[in-house]
Structures are given as C-alpha cells and as structure tokens.
Write a protein of this length. Sequence first.
Length: 117
Amino acid sequence: MDFIVEFYETEAGTCPVREFLDELKASDPDDFAAVLAGLAKLRNRHYHREPLSKAVGDGLFELRHVGKLNTRVLWFFAKNRRIVIVHGVRNKGRAIPARDLRVARERMRVWRRRSER
C-alpha cells in the first residue's frame, strides 16, 4: 500500500514548497528532476530511510539530494498513510540551518492543528 504525498498550504492558500520547487526548476533543472523523482519515491515505504531520507528530529524527516548545492525537502508522516511536505532548502553545508528547521516545525504544528478541527 502506497503513501500519499501532499504539500503544506498556508491559511491564505499559498504553497511554499511548490514555490521552492518552481524556483529550483528555473535555476537548476537537473536538481529539480532529481528532487521530483525523490518525492515520487516517498510513496513507497522502502525509501523512508537512508540514503534518500533521514530523520532530523521532532517527527521531521529530510529528503536529500546532493548536487551543485545540497537540496533538502522536509516532511513528516500524517494519519492515513500520508506524507506532508512542509519546507525546502538549498545550502552548501551538511547541516540544515536552524532557521529552516524552525520554519518546518512551525508548519508541521500548524498543519496538525488545522487537521484536528
């Protein structure tokens, strides 16, 4: 049984991860294609571990792609075999910047609060 992959949306209806992916597609089509393929693989539970995915703490995971820059898409598990993609980041370092982790955790918290209504 596959997982459903969905993107976080703000209360205003914008989708920050889609915007991130649109920018990535324009700036680095090869990395964009690799990340998109990785997102498709997340539907299969066999890819929920390294080397494609890795837990980053507090229920968050990262989908990793190493290219010209390290590209990471942060996600979490939700009920009914769903995966919610909450944030994307590119950087030169190995670690995810603390600011980006805070953004992802806040979006996860907001999504869970809204889904409980």
